[in-house]
Design a protein around this ligand. Structure first.
Ligand SMILES: Nc1nc2ccc(CNc3ccc(C(=O)NCCCC(=O)O)cc3)cc2c(=O)[nH]1
Length: 203
């Protein structure tokens, strides 16, 4: 499966996906990395891995529709079949999400539906939960509300700060996202028309 990864920054999740796609058994081939910001470290990680990169700078577009349309054009140019959002921080328009429905994966640093939106780790600390984690989900128009593919639980320690908890969640993300990538790229898991996830059964 031809995969694109969308980033906005360092791309630590991108690195985990690159390593997963390199494995001989992987069903995924990352064919392009697209950033909405120039000069970010994730672009260097992609180039080091021999993956083509594109920058679609959202500041250069008058509307979200034009920005998303340019992203769509790059995805079509590379024959992309699956898109992973790895720390991509721009909300995608409904038109784009509809076109790519079932082919867009995002990772969120909490056990959705708890703690949607930005600073999910801080929300978990402030809520006093003893278990949080990360979620890989299909992207729906409503932010952080798409069907769940993979989750990994992470304990909250009494000594945790936002940074120590974020680091521990990030380690879980680096396992969960590659696992979800394989499940969807291999066709084991897919999104049904009714918006629910279905697992291919051998029986
Ligand atoms: N329609 C749709 N698009 C998304 C785009 C990115 C992400 C990644 N997670 C994100 C979740 C939230 C945000 C956010 O609220 N950023 C501040 C506003 C930035 C802006 O103005 O664009 C960004 C990414 C998830 C979604 C999603 O669930 N649905």
């Amino acid at each position: 499966t031809r995969v694109a990864v969308l980033i906005s920054g360092t791309g630590t999740n991108l690195q985990a996906l690159i390593e997963q796609a390199k494995r001989p058994s992987s069903a995924a081939e990352i064919v392009v990395v697209i950033s909405n910001r120039p000069g970010v470290q994730g672009l260097k990680r992609a180039s080091l891995a021999g993956i083509q990169t594109r920058v679609v700078d959202h500041k250069l577009y008058g509307s979200r529709a034009e920005f998303d349309g340019t992203i769509d054009g790059v995805l079509e140019e590379f024959g992309v079949e699956l898109v992973c959002l790895a720390g991509f921080m721009r909300i995608l328009t409904g038109t784009f999400v509809k076109k790519w429905n079932g082919k867009l994966l995002n990772i969120h640093p909490s056990l959705l539906p708890s703690f949607k939106g930005v600073n999910a780790q801080k929300q978990a600390l402030q809520a006093g939960v003893r278990v949080t984690g990360c979620t890989v989900h299909f992207v729906a128009e409503e932010v952080d509300a798409g069907a769940i593919v993979v989750q990994e639980a992470v304990s909250v320690l009494g000594s945790d700060t936002e940074d120590s908890l974020s680091d521990r969640i990030r380690e879980a993300e680096h396992r969960a996202f590659p696992a979800a990538l394989e499940l969807v790229a291999s066709g084991t898991v897919r999104l049904k028309e009714d918006g629910h996830v279905t697992w291919k059964s051998n029986s």
